[in-house]
Design a protein around this ligand. Structure first.
Ligand code: HEC
Ligand code: HEC
Length: 207
């Protein structure tokens, strides 16, 4: 009886007549037109048309989750992620600029990349999909998703990224010079050079 009574609890009432829901707090919407203009004035030289960098040491920004891009720009500015070049450029941006540019870049389709080393890419695929169980290395796919699209907004997109850039970031997480993600520090700590190269090559061709 008691249970039946509990189950029969009435549904939560909808707004009663005459009552209007509170206006949502107004978060400024990103302005993609301004974002594109700021990008074209400065960033395009290194990150390429539409955020598709053609230079392997400069990351592609296209189709990346905007929250991730904003986080990186804020951390370059604050020094939490250190890079002499990007600290300078991020320091010139306001919060609004960061948001505008990031949402604009996120709206641009990423150009696919390619893997180059057939032997190495098989090792990379194994690590990406399954991790290395006996050394407690987690599968990349678990956080970055099987196709490398990432999981908004916490886990960035990786697929198609330049292998040179990915190698440099994994090295920097491992040696502590990129220290803005405990999760990635722990993952990279256990990878050797060959494994880093392999997984980066696999990621470059992932789509
Ligand atoms: C002179 C070349 C150069 C310019 C200009 C430049 N960047 Fe960068 N950017 C880089 C390099 C190199 C890196 C990789 C830094 C590292 O290794 O940590 C980077 C990294 C980034 C990242 C991190 C991406 C990721 O996947 O984590 C973001 C975001 C970024 N840049 C945005 C911008 C924006 C926005 C501008 C314009 C205001 C800009 N950059 C201008 C060279 C440049
Ligand atoms: C437990 C979750 C988790 C796992 C497992 C994981 N990652 Fe990550 N990864 C993250 C997070 C979170 C970030 C974003 C860090 C930040 O905010 O700066 C990240 C960022 C990265 C970046 C930097 C991307 C960029 O654009 O600069 C690379 C490269 C990367 N991960 C590669 C890998 C690889 C390769 C593996 C597998 C060997 C892996 N990750 C496993 C959570 C994870």
């Amino acid at each position: 009886m008691l249970m039946a009574a509990a189950l029969a609890a009435p549904a939560l009432p909808a707004f009663s007549a005459g009552e209007t829901p509170a206006a949502p707090t107004k978060a400024a919407k990103p302005d993609l037109v301004k974002g594109e203009a700021s990008y074209a004035a400065v960033c395009v030289a290194c990150h390429g048309a539409d955020g598709n960098s053609a230079i392997p040491v400069n990351p592609k920004l296209s189709q990346q989750h905007p929250e991730y891009l904003v986080k990186q720009l804020q951390e370059f500015k604050s020094g939490k992620r250190s890079n002499a070049i990007m600290t300078g450029f991020a320091s010139m941006l306001t919060d609004e600029d960061m948001k505008n540019i990031s949402y604009w870049a996120a709206s641009k389709p990423a150009t696919p990349g390619t893997s180059t080393d057939k032997a190495l890419v098989a090792l990379g695929e194994r690590i990406y999909r399954g991790g290395i169980a006996d050394r407690q290395i987690a599968a990349c796919a678990g956080c970055h998703s099987p196709n490398g699209a990432g999981i908004p907004s916490q886990y960035p997109r990786l697929s198609g990224q330049h292998a040179d850039y990915t190698v440099s970031q994994l090295n920097m997480f491992r040696d502590g010079s990129r220290a803005n993600s405990l999760q990635m520090t722990q993952v990279a700590a256990k990878l050797n050079d060959r494994e880093i190269k392999a997984v980066a090559d696999y990621i470059a061709g992932l789509r």
